[in-house]
Write a protein that binds this ligand. Structure first.
Ligand code: CTP
Ligand code: MG
Length: 229
C-alpha cells in the first residue's frame, strides 16, 4: 500500500472490528450495531479514508461476516478477524507492507481524521520512536485498592494517561513485538511494543474519543453525533 502524496509517511491502517460486543449485548457484533443511522464501523472507516497520511485500510471483520462489510473505496480490504484482538490484528497485518501501521478500534467511532494524522506525524518525525498512541488525561482522583476494597494509595494522576486508539507503530517493530509476546490477551498493541523495549509516545486526545462498551456509551455516542454537522 502506498500513500497518496509522496512527502507523507508510508502508512496503512487496520480497523479492528472483529469483537463480539458481549458487554454491549446487542445480539450482533459491536462493529455492526447501528449508531446514528449506520453500522458503527463506518464512522471510523470514513475518518480513516479521509486522513491525508493513510494510504490504505484493512478491516478485521467479525469471523464469518466479512461479506457484511462495505469497503467504500478501492484502497480498503477486508479480512476475517480471530478469537482475540491480537489474532485479528495479525490477520490484517499480513496485508500491510507499509513502513508504518496504524491500528484503530471500530468501537471508537467518534475519532477524527486529524487525530490519525497527528499520531502518524508524531512517529514519522522522530526516528527514536517505535510508536505513538492517542491518550487522554484522567480527571478523577485515582486510588489503588487492596482485594477487600480498602484504599492502599492515591496515585498521582498527573503522571497517568488513559490509552486509546489510534495507535501507530513501525510495522517491523510491531511484528517483532507480537512474535515475542506469543499467545495471550493484550488489550492494546502498545503494551506489546513497550514490553519488547520500544519507545512509544503519547498524543493528547480529547474526551470524545471514548470506547463504546455498554448501552449507555452507545446512547452517549448517538447524542454526540446528533450535534455534529
Ligand atoms: N476486537 C477484534 N477482535 C477480537 C476482539 C476485539 O478486532 N477478537 C476489536 C473490537 O472489534 C473493538 C476493539 O477490538 O473494536 C476493542 O475491543 P472491545 O471494546 O473489547 O470490543 P469487543 O471485544 O467486541 O467487546 P466485549 O469485550 O464487550 O465483547
Ligand atoms: Mg473485548
Amino acid at each position: 500500500m502506498r500513500c497518496r502524496k509522496q512527502q507523507l509517511p508510508d502508512a496503512s491502517a487496520i480497523l479492528a472490528a472483529a469483537g463480539s460486543g458481549e458487554r454491549l449485548g446487542a445480539g450482533e457484533p459491536k462493529a455492526l450495531v447501528e449508531l446514528a443511522g449506520r453500522p458503527m464501523y463506518e464512522w471510523s472507516l470514513d475518518a480513516l479514508q479521509g486522513a491525508e497520511s493513510i494510504g490504505g485500510v484493512v478491516i478485521a471483520a467479525p469471523p464469518g461476516m466479512a461479506d457484511q462489510i462495505l469497503v467504500g473505496d478501492e484502497r480498503t480490504r477486508v479480512v476475517e478477524g480471530g478469537g482475540t484482538r491480537t489474532e485479528s490484528v495479525l490477520n490484517a497485518l499480513a496485508l500491510c507492507e507499509s513502513e508504518l501501521v496504524l491500528i484503530h478500534d471500530a468501537a471508537r467511532p467518534l475519532v477524527t481524521s486529524a487525530l490519525f494524522d497527528q499520531v502518524i506525524e508524531r512517529v514519522a518525525s522522530d526516528s527514536s520512536l517505535a510508536g505513538a498512541i492517542a491518550a487522554s488525561a484522567i480527571h478523577d482522583t485515582v486510588k489503588q485498592v487492596s482485594d477487600d476494597g480498602l484504599i492502599a494509595a492515591t496515585i498521582d494522576r498527573s503522571t497517568l494517561r488513559a490509552a486509546e486508539t489510534p495507535q501507530v507503530f513501525r510495522t517491523a517493530a510491531l511484528r517483532e513485538a507480537i512474535e515475542s509476546a506469543g499467545a495471550g490477551e493484550a488489550t492494546d498493541e502498545a503494551m506489546l511494543v513497550e514490553a519488547a523495549g520500544g519507545s512509544v509516545a503519547t498524543v493528547e486526545s480529547d474526551q470524545e474519543n471514548f470506547k463504546v462498551t455498554t448501552p449507555a456509551d452507545l446512547e452517549r455516542a448517538a447524542a454526540i453525533f446528533a450535534t455534529r454537522p
